[in-house]
Design a protein around this ligand. Structure first.
Ligand SMILES: Nc1nc2c(ncn2[C@@H]2O[C@H](COP(=O)(O)OP(=O)(O)OP(=O)(O)O)[C@@H](O)[C@H]2O)c(=O)[nH]1
Length: 243
């Protein structure tokens, strides 16, 4: 038995000296929406596993990362918590939209104005050339405040359907407190953890589109084939067809 053990060790060290270390893929997910909807709290909840005791308006952007394992592969989920206040966005906005893998739009279920702002946020994505191939989801936050709900599940679902994205209702403060079939809790009600992991699974399952050029002079049009590289930018459509 001892001999078997040592031979395993030798092959292990040989393998590690000849194979390159596995790459960790990074998924950049931007989180956008009005000021105060809970973007910082949602990203903190996912990355730190708890509700922050105190938050202040985000200036520019904050980054939070979490390493997760999906189907045996380690993946770094990088959440870009963007400022909701216009005056804190201006200088950074160009950076948000570079090399984005997915977008999370957030509104506050107790604040109808934050829901009415969503078309403007979608328009901003469009202005920054975020293509329809970039997955996007809609999250209604603060479902723990059951008595103050202003945005019903039905209207959120209709909006999400019209923009070809899934909608989730949750609470960064108390993710287990979704409604009991009332206004908040009908549509894809889920924990913060599950919401971001859903996005990560979606990204991981995608294969980028790789342009394969035909031989010169063949007169054949360019084909789009599924490549095997990281699941970055050229992913398949899961998102808003009109953005
Ligand atoms: N009850 C409740 N309060 C929440 C929840 N999420 C966030 N809040 C509160 O809402 C306020 C704003 O939260 P933030 O996470 O800072 O909001 P934001 O969207 O990041 O705001 P900006 O940085 O200005 O864009 C804070 O007082 C939070 O404690 C939630 O799920 N339930």
């Amino acid at each position: 038995m001892a001999e078997i053990g040592s031979s395993v060790e030798i092959s292990g060290s040989l393998a590690s000296s000849t194979l390159p270390p596995p790459r960790t893929r990074i998924f950049k997910i931007i989180v956008i929406g009005d000021s105060g909807v809970g973007k910082t709290c949602l990203t903190y909840r996912f990355c730190a596993g708890k509700f922050p005791e105190k938050t202040e308006a985000t200036i520019g952007v904050d980054f939070r990362e979490r390493l997760v394992e999906i189907d045996g592969e380690k993946i770094k989920i990088q959440l870009w918590d963007t400022a909701g206040q216009e005056r804190f966005r201006k200088s950074m906005v160009q950076h948000y939209y570079r090399n984005v893998h997915a977008v999370v739009f957030v509104y506050d279920v107790t604040n109808a104005a934050s829901f009415r702002s969503l078309p403007a946020w979608i328009e901003e994505c469009k202005q920054h050339a975020l293509g329809t191939e970039v997955p996007r989801i809609l999250v209604g936050n603060k479902c723990d405040l059951q008595d103050s709900i202003q945005v019903g599940t039905d209207v959120a679902q209709q909006f999400a359907d019209a923009h070809s994205m899934p909608v989730f209702e949750t609470s960064a403060k108390n993710p287990n407190s979704q409604g009991d079939g009332g206004n908040c809790g009908g549509a894809n009600s889920d924990h913060v953890e599950a919401i971001f992991m859903t996005v990560a699974h979606k990204l991981k399952s995608q294969k980028p589109l790789v342009l394969s050029q035909p031989p010169e002079g063949s007169g054949v049009t360019v084909n789009l084939n599924r490549g095997t590289d990281d699941g970055g930018g050229g992913a398949r459509s899961w998102g808003c067809s009109s953005c």
